[in-house]
Design a protein around this ligand. Structure first.
Ligand SMILES: [Zn+2]
Length: 326
């Protein structure tokens, strides 16, 4: 549709000449497949695979925390109008199931993480030392909001190999919802998958250049378990179990003790969490703040991580720089 026609159609809608609204939307929305993505990283995957054929609504946008989101009436309308709804699953968006149910949508709900090897979480005693990257106790929203996470770490996208699985699931769902676009979705996905392959090679090479005993960093909340397992970096988390509840003084004291004993390259804050605790740990231990990592959300356009590929590159650059003291 030309821009002029589109404006004309919108003008008619605004004037109430098209009724009912739902009937009118078929006329021009049919040009693009309406897709809802629960958060910004999934929206980027959908954009890469769907290209011009999809119209994406992102519920939790850049720098947003999808663990603790409260859906708005506009979100329910977008979900109702969608043909495809893409979610992470693994208990990440505890609010999503109710939103989908309440919206009355007929959309296909795609769980993008289907088929990845999910990491089990170990339940941490409150007084335990903060979890290490490999076996983290990270069930934020469960603690804070009473959601049951099923004991799995939701942050699977932090491994690029898992991101490839996400992309394959999204491609397959778009083809089912819009078979005419099959060739386009397949071509877009295969170009993007090749890009992700190259990205993963780049990440492995960057980490391999860091001496093994220096591959340790500290983050605010424990979102890098898959990254740690895939690439061999140990993450110590200051906050541990929740983006909502504060670390106890005992947890902080233990972590500070651990930092003083071990070689820790840097402490990082994340784009969607409060960095004051990390600032304090940095001051008390003399370990320098390494900057802002992107864990659960992209940056806005123009920021350091507006796409998934940018996000991974940015995080790896910051971590390797801090770990090598460059
Ligand atoms: Zn998280």
């Amino acid at each position: 549709m030309s821009e002029l026609t589109r404006r004309h159609a919108v003008g008619l809608l605004a004037a109430g000449l098209f009724a009912p609204l739902a009937g009118a939307s078929v006329g021009f929305a049919a040009e693009k497949l309406p897709v809802v993505a629960s958060f910004s990283i999934l929206a980027d995957f959908v954009a890469r695979v769907g290209g011009d054929r999809v119209a994406i609504t992102t519920l939790v946008g850049p720098n947003g925390d999808a663990h603790v989101y409260s859906p708005k009436p506009a979100d329910a309308r977008a979900v109702k109008a969608a043909k495809v709804v893409v979610v992470n699953g693994l208990g990440f968006e505890g609010w999503m199931e109710r939103l989908v149910g309440a919206s009355g949508t007929k959309a296909t709900v795609v769980t993008a993480s289907t088929g990845i090897a999910a990491r089990e979480l170990v339940d941490d005693d409150e007084d335990e030392a903060p979890a290490k990257g490999g076996k983290a106790g990270h069930d934020h929203a469960k603690e804070a909001h009473g959601h049951d996470h099923g004991g799995l770490d939701p942050h699977a996208w932090q491994s690029v190999a898992n991101a490839r699985v996400y992309v394959g699931n999204i491609r397959d769902a778009l083809i089912v919802a819009d078979p005419d676009g099959k060739a386009v979705y397949e071509a877009n996905a295969s170009a993007y998958l090749a890009e992700l392959d190259a990205l993963e090679t780049e990440v492995k090479a960057a980490v391999a250049a860091v001496p093994a005993d220096r591959r340790r960093v500290i983050t605010t909340h424990d979102a890098f378990g898959y990254f740690a397992a895939a690439y061999g970096i140990t993450f110590l988390s200051a906050q541990g179990v929740s983006t909502e509840t504060e670390a106890t003084p005992k947890q902080v004291a233990k972590l500070i003790g651990q930092i003083r004993k071990e070689k820790i390259g840097a402490v990082f804050i994340e784009n969607m969490t409060d960095g004051r605790l990390v600032d304090r740990i940095a001051k008390e231990t003399g370990v320098r703040p390494g900057g802002e990592l992107f864990s659960d959300a992209l940056s806005p356009k123009g920021g350091p991580a507006p796409t998934y590929v940018d996000m991974v590159r940015h995080n790896v650059r910051l971590m390797t720089r801090a770990m090598t003291g460059a």
